[in-house]
Design a binder for this molecule. Sequence first.
Ligand code: ASP
Length: 323
Amino acid sequence: MQAFKSNIIEANDVILLLHGGVGRIHKEAISPETEHLYQEAIIHALTEGQKIISCGGKSIDAVETAIRILEDCPLFNAGKGAVYANNEMIELDAAIMDGKTLNAGSVAGVRTVKNPISAARKIIDNSPHVMLVGSGADEFAKENGIEIVDQSYFKVKDRWQQIIKLKEETENNTDLFSKHPPTKLGTVGCVAIDEGGGLAAGTSTGGMLNKKFGRVGDTPIIGAGTYANKICAVSCTGHGEYFICHAVAHDICAMIEYKSIPVSVAVKEMIEEKLTNAGGVGGLIAMDANGNIAVNYNTEGMFYGFIKKDGTITVNICNMIIE
Ligand code: ASP
């Protein structure tokens, strides 16, 4: 996928910030009805997350709740509506991390878990592990009371047409997703801060369209696509292989800590220099322990929304900022 000049967005006094992926998102390609549905889902996720925090709840609970709402919405590449792998299966990745305790949970390649973010959360609560993959992760989720569904639950018509078209174009080659990128990715992620100053981050995805089955992206890799500590919380989206090799989410936190720079400067350096120079395409959201946020991406667009302490909401869809 082609890299574009990056865009940086900054704000302060934010309590919850989420993204709905990066990619080529043209306003003309989205009907007003669909745009409204995106907006509705993002606002719903923001307000439900905010309710938890304003009642004194923990940021990790707000992150899980917000991401569940986006996983249930078929417009995003997470949970229902996720992209197909080359074997025409849907394999989902998710991770969540509590910045205060450094506890993290993640699942990769699950095929039957309705809300992978909740399975990741259960790993924190009910297991001594951090990451579970494949059928073991599906099994763990089932044993721990997470809702299990048939693969057919995740499938939506647009995604099916997307994989069929791509496979025709690439003559069934499994290794071409980077040369024939999808028009819109749609991974979801969230960062939040609670009244006690605790940060949390979470990310959920179907991964990259036409990925080889068994491929794991950056999303469930702690430190790559998802990371939170006492200083900063980060959720990434884009071409996962680059985010893994640059340990992007952790590197943002490390830059802030070791160089004593603001979150926006660290995010800018990561996207505009490190990632872009390496040929990586994508974006991320980050929040520091004072509620300062930065959103940056080197694609044509990125969906994001945030809610401030005073309740004001900002939503960006197709680079149209709605306040
Ligand atoms: N980063 C995800 C992956 O590589 C995909 C995305 O964010 O769209 O699996």
